[in-house]
Design a protein around this ligand. Structure first.
Ligand SMILES: Nc1nc2c(c(=O)[nH]1)N[C@H]1C(S)=C(S)[C@@H](COP(=O)(O)O)O[C@H]1N2
Ligand SMILES: [Mo]
Length: 415
């Protein structure tokens, strides 16, 4: 299953992906971090609810495994002792479809000043697709007992890790049973290779890193994955315990066996864990239209419709406001369109546009009353930033959801 290709061969892989992807950031590779990344969304992506595969970003580190759907298996371990082929999964369990907004936890990283390392995403690393597959609750049903109440489920990717960091991520068993699926289709078509063919985990409303691609093992555990948790060589803890944790500059986060809450924002507001994990997505919004690419001419009555999307992870989007003067004043936007847990909502707001240049931005509030902060803080503020309506600069550039860095400038021409 694994491909021992030299790094240079990824050029072809990326080219092939790029042939089908169009959009904003064309391609970014972080040589130090060895990421393969295609930023495929552009602002217009956010004027639509469903994101076509061509506009959906791609992000992973290792080579894409050369997978054969007929021989691929998912093993259940950690006392579950079973194994399924994809046709077993398909035949033995119900098939469901879920809507999920995939967002890399590093979305907005490029908005941090000073710059943080790795891929400098603006807002391009988010998209909403319909994912079809098997509910984990069906697979796990009848295999659990009461003692598993606080258990974790660890998904392991079959991407070759060169004997290094195995791609393994843990989610609470309760989340797995609630709404997670093993997906084999994206937007009604077989999963594209770069999105996890033949099977990937979808964790609705959680950051992309939790949605393990090319899943080959699901392991029931008492704790989150730490080093030595898996029956295989390599380091097991990197993706859970080191990468994708929020912390100030120069800090190495300590591993934890468990956390009080998997609500990413609540972890940030609380004093523990010291360095939050990127689990559920923080409240966020992006304007999709007008897109600022060219000047707009105001119609006779001056009214232009501002359209965008807003999402809030496990929480609902309670309110979206739009501003046409860089955040000085705000007007309530209207939520409309599909309303699925784990996927973004469309919003719109009528703008009485006058000729000139205007800065448009949006600000969403989740159903726990948490509102997007206006800007990203300086590097020293850390958790103190929250009180100043700022998002805490963090060294990995994770979970950023500040308003102003996502603003769009619009030239309105007189008619
Ligand atoms: N096996 C595996 N799964 C993975 C990754 C990876 O490197 N290996 N990258 C993760 C990250 S960081 C993100 S943001 C999402 C991106 O999913 P997409 O490429 O389908 O958009 O996949 C996640 N799943
Ligand atoms: Mo990511």
């Amino acid at each position: 299953m694994s491909t021992e290709q030299p790094r240079e061969s990824r050029r072809d892989e990326i080219d092939t992906i790029l042939e089908r992807k169009d959009g904003g950031v064309r391609e970014t590779r972080d040589e130090a971090d060895k990421y393969t990344v295609v930023g495929a969304a552009d602002r217009r992506t956010y004027a639509n609810w469903l994101t076509p595969v061509e506009e959906h970003f791609v992000c992973h580190r290792n080579d894409i495994p050369d997978a054969d759907a007929d021989s691929w298996t998912v093993s259940l371990t950690g006392g579950l002792d079973d194994e399924y082929s994809l046709s077993d999964l398909n035949d033995e369990f119900p098939t469901v479809a879920v809507a999920h907004t995939m967002e890399c936890a590093g979305n907005g990283r490029g908005q941090h000043r000073p710059e943080t390392g790795s891929v400098q995403w603006g807002f391009e690393a988010a998209g909403t697709a319909i994912w079809t597959g098997t509910p984990l609750s069906s697979i796990l049903r009848g295999r659990l007992d009461d003692a598993d109440g606080d258990a974790w489920l660890t998904a392991v990717g079959g991407d070759p890790s060169d004997g290094d960091d195995v791609f393994a991520r843990s989610i609470p068993l309760s989340k797995a049973l609630e709404d997670c699926i093993l997906a084999t289709e994206m937007n009604g078509r077989p999963l594209p290779r770069e999105h996890g063919f033949p099977v990937r985990l979808i964790v609705p409303g959680w950051y992309g890193v939790n949605c393990v691609k090319w899943v080959e093992e699901l392991r029931l555990m008492d704790t989150m994955v730490v080093d030595g948790s898996l029956d295989r060589p390599g380091d097991h803890a990197y993706w859970q315990q080191e990468a994708y944790r929020m912390h100030p500059a120069g800090v190495d986060p300590e591993p934890n066996e468990t956390v009080e809450t998997v609500d990413t924002w609540a972890q940030l507001e609380a004093d523990e864990p010291d360095h939050p994990y990127t689990f559920d997505q923080t409240v966020m919004s992006v304007i999709g239209a007008p897109d600022g690419d060219s000047a707009v001419s105001a119609p006779e009555d001056g009214t232009i419709e501002i359209t965008g999307v807003a999402w809030a992870g496990d929480d609902g989007v309670e309110r979206v406001e739009a501003s046409t003067n860089g955040g000085d004043t705000w007007a309530d936007a209207e939520l409309f369109g599909p309303d699925y847990a784990g996927a973004w909502r469309l919003f719109r707001s009528d703008w009485d546009a006058r000729p000139g240049t205007h800065v448009l931005c949006s600000r969403a509030t989740d159903d726990q009353g948490r509102r997007q902060p206006m800007r990203i803080s300086n590097p020293d503020a850390w958790r103190g930033a929250l009180e100043a309506d700022e998002f805490p600069w963090n060294e990995g550039g994770y979970a950023a959801n500040a308003v102003l860095p996502n603003a769009v400038e619009i030239d309105v021409e007189s008619t």
